[in-house]
Structures are given as structure tokens and as C-alpha cells.
Design a binder for this molecule. Structure first.
Ligand code: C5P
Length: 221
């Protein structure tokens, strides 16, 4: 079973307020992208990697991969205007005979083999896809402007992380329509009736969105 990883790293990172795309902000001694790229490359579960780079930053991504000795990087594409478009463009570089696609956000630097093994195991059980999730600690409200409309039953809610794994053909089908507003891949598969398993996520899979997240992530190095 060949597992291809798509690494979505094309975000602008506006909310970080940096002078460069999020993938290239510093996390400790290196750039943010180095962490997830090196970890995916080192994983025995992953056969090859396609990176969606910030447009215009394809060459720095390739140089970084070379510098880190990431020999599994097979292609680097310029990302699109949304996460969904970036993943779609990267999927175009995944060969037809790939069995499984693992999609990961470079914004979550600390991806580990444990969570990769859990999402892949779900596919072996016959699921179309798998998503790592965490329980919701806070009470969650649905609002309409300033007015609270509803309080949701948090026991039914989960926070979704990446890496998410999919049967390659299922993911390709899910990406055949409009993907511009999708914030993850599983939502597209679910919308087409695909069976997606929720597996235990990882507290260390923090997502870097703003400067305080970057400090939090640096403390985990
Ligand atoms: O913007 P956000 O942090 O939610 O993005 C999640 C992931 O998707 C990040 O790793 C980011 O680099 C990636 N992304 C992308 N192309 C975009 C927007 C986001 O690859 N146009």
C-alpha cells in the first residue's frame, strides 16, 4: 500500500503579522515548515511527499528539503488561494497508483508516527477516511451576530486535526467539486457520503495561527 503525503504549506499567515509566509517564520532555530517536513520524511508510514508551497516560494521549499535530506519529497507545487485549492493542486502530483493520501497542515509542526498509524489503521478497517480528533473542553455556543442562538451538546463535538488519511480515489472524487470553502479534507469526503472515522488526536499537534501560538509551539520544541 503506497502512502503519499500532501503537505499544505501555502498559507500566507496574515494573522501572524510576519514579513514572510507562515511556513517560513522561525520556530526555534529553523523555519516552521522544517518540523513537519522532516517528521513526515522520517516516518516509515510515508512513501512520498508533495508540498504545496506559498506561490513564489517553491524554490526555497525545495532547497529546505535538500538541506534537511528529505529524499521523499517528490514534487513541490505553488499553492492556490485557499487551503482546498492548494491541496487540489498537490493532489495533481500524486500518481494514479497511490493507494492512500495523507493530508497534513504545515501549521501543525509536531506530527508524530502514533497519530499517522491511527489514521492509517482506520483505512485498513475499511473506512474511507480518518481524522484525528480531540474532545471539546469549553461550552460551545452558536451565534447569529451578537445573539446566542443555541448551546451545543459538547459531548457530541470534537476538534479536528491533521494528518487526515483517505483512500486515494475517495479523496480525488471529493476534490472534483468546489473546494474553496473547505477548512479540512474530511468535510469534503463527508459531504459526498464517505465514511470517515474519528480517531484519537494528539494534544501536541498544536496549530500555529498567531504569534502566541508560535510561542506555545516553541515551548514544545
Ligand atoms: O490558514 P490556516 O492556518 O487555517 O491553514 C491551514 C493550513 O493550510 C496551513 O498549513 C496553510 O499553510 C495551508 N494553506 C494552504 N493554502 C492556502 C491557505 C492555507 O496550503 N491558500
Amino acid at each position: 500500500m503506497s502512502v503519499w503525503a500532501v503537505l499544505a504549506a501555502a498559507g500566507s499567515g496574515e494573522r501572524l503579522g510576519a514579513d514572510r509566509p507562515k511556513a517560513f517564520v522561525r520556530l526555534g532555530e529553523r523555519v516552521l515548515l522544517a518540523e513537519s517536513l522532516e517528521r513526515l520524511d522520517a516516518s516509515d508510514w510515508v512513501d512520498a511527499i508533495v508540498v504545496a508551497a506559498p506561490p513564489g516560494w517553491e524554490e526555497p521549499v525545495i532547497l529546505l528539503a535538500e538541506e534537511l535530506g528529505c529524499g521523499k519529497v517528490s514534487a513541490c507545487v505553488a499553492g492556490g488561494p485557499s487551503r482546498g485549492e492548494s491541496v487540489r493542486l498537490a493532489l495533481g502530483e500524486v500518481p494514479d497508483d497511490a493507494a492512500v493520501v495523507l493530508v497534513h497542515d504545515a501549521a501543525r509542526p509536531f506530527v508524530e508516527d502514533g497519530v499517522i498509524a491511527r489514521v492509517l489503521a482506520a483505512l485498513n478497517e475499511g473506512w474511507d477516511g480518518a481524522v484525528p480528533v480531540l474532545p471539546v473542553a469549553d461550552t460551545v455556543k452558536r451565534v447569529d451576530g451578537e445573539r446566542v442562538v443555541e448551546t451545543l451538546d459538547r459531548s457530541e463535538l470534537r476538534v479536528a486535526q491533521t494528518p487526515q488519511a483517505f483512500v486515494a480515489s475517495v479523496l480525488r472524487d471529493a476534490f472534483s467539486g468546489d473546494v474553496s470553502s473547505a477548512t479540512d479534507c474530511a468535510s469534503l469526503v463527508e459531504a459526498r457520503g464517505g465514511r470517515v472515522k474519528a480517531v484519537p488526536g494528539d494534544e501536541r499537534l498544536v496549530k500555529v495561527t498567531d504569534a502566541s501560538d508560535l510561542e506555545r509551539a516553541a515551548a514544545l520544541l
